[in-house]
Each structure stands twice: as structure tokens, then as C-alpha cells.
Write a new protein. Structure first.
Length: 89
């Protein structure tokens, strides 16, 4: 593990996995894990996917119900339903 000083003199800890990463990915990158479940049948197994993103959506209005905090807006943005074709049905 190494140390690196930035222009302001702050020390940033670097390990072998982040030393060669793009600074934008290292500072702002987020790894999200999505679980896709079939709500109509238990025949389909759950599918888990991971993706690396650089932004999070934040809803500020929830069907004409105001959002009271940043945390609430982020939580609503991270949950959702999608419609997919299923071989089991």
C-alpha cells in the first residue's frame, strides 16, 4: 500500500487495486448489485448482476408526493420493477 499527496497536501491511501485506476473512477465510481426476481413464480432462479456506475439517480417527486430528504430520494431511485419475458411462464 502506498501513499500519495495531492496538490493540497492531503494524503490519499492507495493499494494495488486502485493505484492504476482512472481518478474519476476511483473517486466517484460506485458498484451496484441488482437482484432480478420473478414475482409471479418461484420457478425462475434469482439473477444477481453487478455494474460499475459513476452516478446515482435521485427522484425529487414521487407521484406528486414530495421527497423530504436526499436519502429518501435515493432509496426510491434504487428500487423498481421491470417486465421481462420468462420461459417458466
Amino acid at each position: 500500500m502506498g501513499k500519495k499527496k495531492d496538490q493540497e497536501g492531503d494524503i490519499e491511501m492507495l493499494d494495488d487495486t486502485t493505484q492504476n485506476d482512472d481518478p474519476v473512477n476511483r473517486l466517484f465510481g460506485i458498484e451496484l448489485e441488482s437482484v432480478v426476481k420473478n414475482q409471479e413464480s418461484e420457478a425462475d432462479p434469482d439473477k444477481t448482476m453487478k455494474e460499475h456506475v459513476l452516478k446515482l439517480s435521485c427522484h425529487i417527486d414521487n407521484n406528486n408526493n414530495p421527497i423530504n430528504s436526499l436519502q429518501e430520494g435515493l432509496e426510491i431511485s434504487l428500487v423498481g420493477d421491470i417486465e421481462k419475458y420468462s420461459e417458466a411462464l
